[in-house]
Design a protein around this ligand. Structure first.
Ligand code: 6R9
Length: 644
């Protein structure tokens, strides 16, 4: 795609946009010149018990300390609920659309407030106090949002674990942050199938002594065992609770939530976000990037188990008094028209999804899209991985009929919210480019040695200074936070992504430069999959890399060395795929397993992943320098037996 293909800002959008071209430039300038003044003003987006007087106190060097609005006091649930009651208590806060197209529900701000207060009171009765960790392992039902906000109400730190994760993955996350309560459901529903959440939870809890109580939402009504004294039905403990609950006053820097995410090494990290800065960022970005106007119907298709669900289904939209749609299902059930049918059914104006969904739907052609109206759509968004220009253009032409701007939003769990994205009324788009940083965000490119690169070039993407939504630490391991994000290029936040900046100053994210792979927008650490593989009794060694994949963006390619005497059979291959699914979850299921009698290693024993990535990608003519290998013959063997 040429860097020059500009899709101009649409006059109809610009005419009413929150931010115009001129304002974008002025805001960018103002935020850079005087961050204190700029963010001091933006802090007014949320409801403070005690407004902050100290705005920014951040350092990316030494012990790395990030503090925003540090003398302010607030409660996130009040900003998302109470303050809307007078003006829009009867407005719908959440439209819930079930997996089954016949089931849906509408929850007003007044209803949501009451439901949150009832659960918050019940949590307090279970002994939950400010600072306690509560794990949420729920499907995409209204109770998931209620649970998040009820935790915020009582000052508990929520840690949501995606419902698709295995009992082992759930257990390790509960153990790491020593959660005292788990909120789950009997079962989840997705694509016409059920997910055995309570059964998974029971298995996980065998190794989670910190859990004192389990709250179980009756969702499908399936019979599940309840452990007396530990397990409580959600309905039983919330019915009869008062519909009011005094919010816990929180310092701006008190934690709001932990969310586990994969990195290049070790176990997933508990990324920690605090209350004030995160909420301001969620509100600021949701309003500006989606140009959200009161009364509009906004739909983000993410799962609440990922950061996108946190910031752009719950906190951002509700802080802004929006109507947010929560979808329990999948894009292709009961048919591949589902997304667009839901858009028509609920008259969705703003639609935010992932490139992997767009690529999957493209395969079925335009018919399933064009048979729907989609006239309500005004803005389309993309998140989770680089969107290839073909998918961008299809989304733009077929779904949005060239009427809707596309906001390709680059950000991460650690950034709390969007950092690089067009604003619909202010920034012309280029298919495949995340375009420009939001006002207040300072990206830069550095080479491998950390030298700043200027002009049109490509390099490692770093951020030079803090923004309010930034993660503050890794739960229980600040040293790991410093090591992971601030030691590679000292003095800057290292994103782990590579990027290119073109001659117009537009940013093109090229993907991860570390050992993290992005499968359908889900971050997976190759180290996690490797350790799952070597935990199998027949596996001696494993190396995992990403490979190009038409639908998923990246697929999981595993090189496996078996223990002496073990036979590489098709049955064993299937067994290993099932093993990894069970150990981590279905999203980690390998796409290819290649039997590797040996792995290419340097003389010091380091696996040369660069070579393994090339073989997996079938770029075997350009393997690069193999002279430092201990045994170059290994490479020929692997090339000859590449799978797929
Ligand atoms: C929000 C989210 C973060 C990683 C990130 C990058 C990739 C996300 C992107 C994108 C290109 C975009 N990524 N959005 N790459 N263009 N618009 O996805 O958070 O799950 O932590 O993943 O996803 O590689 O580093 P998270």
């Amino acid at each position: 795609m040429s860097d020059d293909q500009l899709i101009a800002v649409k006059p109809a959008i610009a005419a009413t946009a929150h931010v115009t071209v001129e304002q974008h430039a002025a805001m960018t300038q103002a935020a850079a010149a005087d961050p204190e003044a700029f963010w001091g003003k933006e802090a007014g987006r949320v409801a403070w018990i005690k407004p902050p007087t100290r705005i920014k106190n951040t350092s990316f060097t030494g012990d790395v300390s990030i503090r925003w609005f540090e003398d302010g006091e607030l409660n996130a649930s009040v900003s998302c609920l109470d303050r809307h009651l007078a003006t829009r208590g009867d407005q719908v806060a959440i439209i819930w659309e079930g997996d089954n197209p016949a089931s849906d529900a509408k929850v007003t701000y007044k209803d949501l407030h009451a439901r949150v207060c009832r659960l918050a009171n019940a949590l307090r009765e279970l002994g939950v106090k400010k600072g306690d960790r509560v794990c949420i392992y729920l499907p995409m039902i209204v109770e998931a949002a209620v649970a998040m906000l009820a935790c915020a109400r009582v000052g508990a730190i929520h840690s949501i674990v995606f419902g698709g994760f295995s009992p082992d993955s759930l257990a390790s996350r509960i153990q790491d942050s020593e959660c005292s309560v788990l909120i789950t459901a009997d079962e989840g529903r997705r694509g016409g199938r059920t997910v055995a959440l309570k059964t998974n939870a029971d298995e996980a809890l065998r190794t989670c002594p910190s859990i004192r109580a389990v709250v179980v939402v009756k969702n499908t009504g399936a019979a599940v065992p309840m452990q007396a004294g530990r397990d409580h039905w959600y309905d039983e403990i919330t019915t009869g609770q008062p519909a009011q609950c005094a919010p816990e006053p929180m310092n701006a820097e008190d934690p709001l939530f932990i969310l586990y995410t994969s990195g290049s090494t070790g176990k997933p990290k508990g990324v920690l976000h605090t209350t004030g800065g995160y909420l301001v960022w969620a509100s600021y970005t949701h309003e500006l990037v989606f140009d959200y106007k009161p009364g509009e119907i906004y739909w983000c298709t993410a799962d609440i188990g990922w950061v996108t669900g946190h910031t752009y289904i719950v906190y951002g939209p509700l802080a802004n008094g929006a109507t947010t749609l929560m979808f329990e299902g999948v894009p292709n059930y009961p048919s591949v028209s589902r997304f667009w049918e839901v858009v028509d059914k609920h008259q969705v104006n703003i639609f935010y999804t992932a490139p992997t969904a767009i690529r999957a739907l493209m395969r079925d052609g335009e018919g399933p899209v064009t048979k729907t109206s989609r006239k309500s759509l005004r803005i389309l968004g993309s998140v989770g991985e680089p969107i290839n220009p073909e998918a961008w253009l299809w989304y733009y032409r077929v779904v949005g009929e060239e009427r809707c701007p596309i906001v390709d939003t680059w950000w991460q769990t650690e950034t709390g919210g969007i950092l690089i994205s067009p604003l619909p009324g202010a920034v012309a788009q280029k298919p495949g480019s995340a375009t420009l940083p939001l006002p207040g965000v300072m990206p830069a490119l550095v080479d491998a040695e950390g030298n700043r690169l200027e002009g049109a070039t490509e390099g490692n993407l770093v951020i030079l200074d803090s923004w309010p939504g930034q993660a503050r630490t890794v739960y229980g391991d600040h040293e790991r936070f410093i090591q992971t994000y601030f030691s590679t290029f000292p003095g800057t936040y290292f994103t782990g992504d590579g990027a290119r900046r073109d001659a117009d100053g537009y940013w093109w994210i090229t993907g991860r430069v570390d050992d993290v792979i992005n499968v359908s927008g889900h971050r997976m650490g190759t180290a996690e999959i490797e350790s799952a593989l070597v935990a199998h009794p027949k596996v001696a060694e494993a190396a995992v890399v990403g490979m190009p994949h038409d639908l998923k963006g990246q697929g999981i390619y595993c090189y496996v060395t078996l223990k002496t005497g073990e036979e590489p059979t098709e049955a064993l291959r299937k067994e290993l795929v099932a093993w990894v699914r069970k150990e981590i979850g279905p999203i980690a299921a390998p796409d290819a397993i290649q039997w590797a009698p040996g792995l290419p290693k340097t003389r010091s024993g380091k696996i040369m992943r660069r070579i393994l990535r090339k073989i997996a990608a079938n770029e075997t003519e350009a393997l690069g320098d193999t002279s430092t290998l201990a045994d170059p013959g290994v490479v020929q063997e692997l090339v000859a037996n590449r799978v797929g």
